[in-house]
Design a protein around this ligand. Sequence first.
Ligand code: GLN
Length: 558
Amino acid sequence: MEQTIKEKGHPKGLWVLFGTEMWERFNFYGMRAILTLFLVNSLMMKEKDASIVYGGFLGLCYLTPMLGGFVADRFFGNRNCIILGGLMMAVGQFFLFFSASIFGTNIGLATTLTWIALGIIIFGNGFFKPNISSMVGSLYPKQEKSKLDSAFTIFYMGINLGAFLGQLICPIIGDVKDAGGIRDIHAFKWGFLAAGIAMLIGTAVFYFLKNKYVVTPEGRPLGGLPSKNEAADFEEGEAQKAVFSTKALIGACIGFVVMGILIHFVFGQNWIYTLIYSSGISLAGLIISDSSLTKVERERIYVIYIIAFFVIFFWAAFEQAGSSLTFIADNQTDRNFFGWNMPPSMVQIFNGLFVVAFAVPFSMLWDKLRAKGREPISPMKQAFGLALIAISYFIIAHNVKDLGNNGLLAIKWLILLYLIQTCAELCLSPIGLSLVGKLAPKRFSSLLYGVFFLSNASGYALAGTLGSIMPATGDKFNKAKELGIDLQAVLDKTITPTVEQLTILAENQISPTNPSFAGFEIHNLFQFFMVFVILTGLAAIILFLLTPVLKKLMHGVK
Ligand code: GLN
């Protein structure tokens, strides 16, 4: 890959897609940076509820790509879906801008506008995301598919350059605190406006440059209406689509409903999380029960499923960035960064920054190891990724251990956490995508990508649930003290609060009890972070132990 990146071989269209995706991710991650802070500080939501909304929103953003991919393949084509999705996301951001402009006078309307905005963004992302990624693949004719790895590395850098810029600009103008640490809760709107403008720029870049550059080597437009596709645009055998029997489809629908009932009523998940989890499981069931699968194909699909399951824990831990880690950056961190007090929502910027810095070195590392015949197989890399996440949370857990209720975490520990998590992401995320491509039988390839994205979606939903068990941070103890209440004593149940005190706490979005997870009460931030250490650490160990079995089931695919 080292060589292919240096080669002048990439079509100009890649740079158009790079630019489009960069602006789109600016819009998405810029908004993500300030979203939960806006929900909590302007719309007066509890942090716990904001985490649940955040998880559900992100999860749905990864459920709708199934729809966007389907609509593009059957009806509108990639190009139209990218433009439609881009415009929808921009409109969604402008709704957030309106919501953040009027919440002071009409919080009810502002909240409704936020729901509408998030709904529009969810569908916009669904139209945009799968189609821009699949256009990267279609830029390269059959004989040039070897350039795909480096093309996706470049594209992944575009994603993260956009994330970096969005997480720089939106917090600077949207997450504003004065010298005394008092937040201007009316500034969020500027962050959303910037995100909306970025999305319009991205859509315009694509709109104006697509005809000239996003074309086949012969100059024919790529990603047009499906009805206009020429046979030459397909690879051999590609037109062969998966066809399911009515019986299998009915079975999957019944499975979907039964799973849904079980997940909602037995596991107590809200309907949105239920929808995400049961869609993933029933789609996976539908594919694996197909009678046309050979033994080898089926075993390879099992590998995809097993990996998809472990990936859930990765994203659940990783996506704390926009919720609990942002709340901690806001409420219990000394954010002095070389003399500058960084806005809390900007701390997550280090992820994008480190991806841009390390994406190429990482792919060079894999190339070097491959040349020596020592490249680990994909599931092993993913086990590394999970282990790294566990280590990152272990380090942070030990640094919050002695903070007490008032001590501040030094920002360097959060930066180190993002550094380690970025290495983890680079071991797991791009590798997972290409593994699905290599293992999936061609006729099921898009659907199996769908299952894989649904596992991301499930990870985000779990991220919401886990974020919601964050215990009270320093600001809550201080606020309670100002109000004359000893919050620690209330939480420890050494005093019983009066009804009046309970009302005061509720009005200030402070919970009088500790959160709990799987029957365990979470008393402090140390225990909170240890939940992630245990979940991802166990997942890493089990995946590591399973690697020899997976290797066998992969039948020669690396
Ligand atoms: N950060 C990457 C993106 O936004 C990957 C996210 C994911 O695969 N869940 O595209």
